[in-house]
Design a protein. Sequence first.
Length: 221
Amino acid sequence: MRHDVSQRKAVVVLGATGATGQHVVSTALRRGHHTVALVRRTGTFAPRDGLEELVWPEVTDTSALTHALSRTLTRTPPGRSVVISALGGAAKGPTTVCTDGMRSTVAAMRTAGVDRLIAVSAYGVLETHNASLYSKAVWAGVADRMRDKETMEPLITGSGLDWTIVRPPKLSDQDPTGNYRAGTDLPIRLWSSVGRADLAAFLVDEAETPRYTRAFPRITR
């Protein structure tokens, strides 16, 4: 589906080469948005109309990200730029990718004058790190990644930006279904999950029409 040109946005995707980020890129392009994929080196994606690759060599490189966002603003009407973070850390071992990346992102967005940020976190962090079976299971499995997201989130909520923090349960690689629920109070069970393609659709929906500004929506099948 192609959106009217007057409704198109510049969607800047962090973690664009990751499993979720790739879906965000393809979804935003399919809907007709100018899509900026932040990559370590150009040539990562096959050329497509509407897709621009900009180099962000390290998540700690605030200057490179500021330059990328400022460049995007020169091609986009005011208020039409959105940053979607699909950053994730290593599968095993200590990681600070989300925290370091968000520290750079918040600083770069403030300098460049971009206000809208949508970030993928995880159910089970901070106040949702509770006694539920799901929370216990996810912390038993990927505690290092959960700690990284726990230190990431306060950087976002204290940023002064127009943020949305999405807290999905377990992610799967199934085909998009469009059959999912979202809300700030959805119960998350031990068996809860959502496909990355459906998560990407929700993220781009939120970029197009904000419903959860300064809120923590959950999404599940």
